[in-house]
Ligand binder design. Sequence first.
Ligand SMILES: *Cc1c(COP(=O)(O)O)cnc(C)c1O
Length: 637
Amino acid sequence: MAYTFERWKIEQSADLYGLNDWGGGYFHLAENGDLMVMPSPGEISNAVSIPEIVEGIKTRGLDMPVLLRVENILNSRIIELNESFLSAINELEYQGAYVGAYPIKVNQQQQVVERITQFGARYHHGLEAGSKAELIAAMGMLNNKNAPLICNGYKDEEFIDLGLYASKLGHFCILVVEMPSELPLIIERSKALNARPVLGIRIKLSAQAGGHWSDSGGDRSIFGLGTSQIVQAIDLLAREDMLDCLQMVHYHLGSQISNIREIRTAVNEACRVYAGLYKEGANVKYLDLGGGLAVDYDGSQSNYLSSKNYSLNEYCTDIVEAVMTSLDEESIPHPTIITESGRSLVAYYSMLLFNVLDVTRFRAGDLPETLPENCHPQIQYMFEALNSLSIRNLQECFNDILYYRDELRNLFNHGKISLRERALSEKLFWAAMDEIARKSKDLKQVAPELEDIERALADIYYCNFSVFQSLPDAWAIEQLFPVMPIHRLDEEPVRKGILADITCDCDGKIDRFIDSHGFNRYMPLHELKESEEYYLGTFLVGAYQETLGDLHNLMGDTHVVTVKILENGEYEFVDEQEGDTVANVLSYVAYDPKQLFNRFRGTAETAVRQKRITPQERREIMQAFEAGLRGYTYFER
Ligand SMILES: *Cc1c(COP(=O)(O)O)cnc(C)c1O
């Protein structure tokens, strides 16, 4: 009989890893199984192989892990956001404009802010600063005087003065009143510096959004003015003859708002406040809706926390339409709409690439055909249960085997069975679990405890990165990020595993993976090959992850490599920032590497005197120590 061998297809890999659901159109698979990245959605003709970039990085002398940025994608995101608003405005014949402001806190790295101001220049895309440090960065980076420079956050005199100076220099700088107490100080400093500020007012909305960051909205939100405080503020401004300075209404509902309904509700409420201020005689022209535009990390297009139930076009259309409808009712001119999208701009263009170092498997290797003589009876019972497994007695055998396993552990703890017997019983146990998992696939209905076996059997892939440094949200708030191999995608991934990082912390792992049903407890992976690296990538990590990360186990910043895709799949390395060395991270926690070196030299010299080592060995040891200080904090091959 002819035996046809169905070859695994790249389309199957794409489905398995949900690539087309979360990838935003920036990724696809090549026939050779490589994951390809594209400069803008669907631009396959200019796609570049990610494994090829990895080879290029290694040839240039940098080891994994590496944070890879593809700067074209950032450009593309800025275009998409602005163009979506512009086309909604055109279609609906909205009379106002749109302008974006990038909130620096989402990724403060100079290179990121620099690129955003550069790529965003034609749209006058501005910056949002929430602190003095961010304002100083923004004042240095932004030279487009038509782009807004929005000052949020708790402000002291110095912060206010900086904002006023920015205005004097011609920046379109808006000081947002976040707290009632800021206003008298802003008025006082404006007079002192003889500046006429543009003011915004941050309002508290009663509308509240779900999600991790929901406390930003609602009556209990930390920042913003309630309606009675707003009234006091306009009275004060009117008394000071500064009501014309109040030009913007601002709110921020929270980040990653998954549900479009919440966005609409908030816009409606804000428009009422805007209309109220207009009628009170304020010179309002700008309506700033803050951030919240979500990223579909799991690709489910749902209102799950890690997803969103709307497209970018729907977001823009809904906002423009809601503002129009509300304000037309009261015959109020349409404002310029501002949004402060951060996550949605920067998430896509960074990916963390790392290699797999090792794997632990729970599934048993070869089993003995017969048991050794004089084996403990409990082991024999377990062996018999294993051999009698069938689809009909799965649940019963499962219970029995768990019982024998617990008995055998007790026997071992009381010294009744040997180390070898315990090892044999473990092997039988995992073999039984493996068999039960396999057989339970044929069951129509699987008992919940049998379903958990699959998870218990998942391999552990040890990966060269630190969750705490590179994916802090995966650890701290169980944020889901897409993870997948970047090559071999023309091969079926036959293993199931979770990922452990190299911090050896029991929390240093990824064991929740995107899935169209919420999340899964393991992911499909390929077998490791003897003499070949296996590379994985974590995607959509450009927002919030870089500076939130910490030095757990003194794993430092990874290398950051930026590429720019040119025509015809050509690309260039435009920037490389080397990650922290061991000496760097030690100095962050107040060690002096020179002093450490000298102390260690003292120890080595004492060892020479005591004839434990030769002077020649001392030299080699000191060289190793010095190389260690200069080295990368991650695993180096
Ligand atoms: C954090 C923050 C943002 C960014 O929100 P995203 O959801 O990342 O777009 C915007 N505005 C303010 C005031 C913020 O605090």
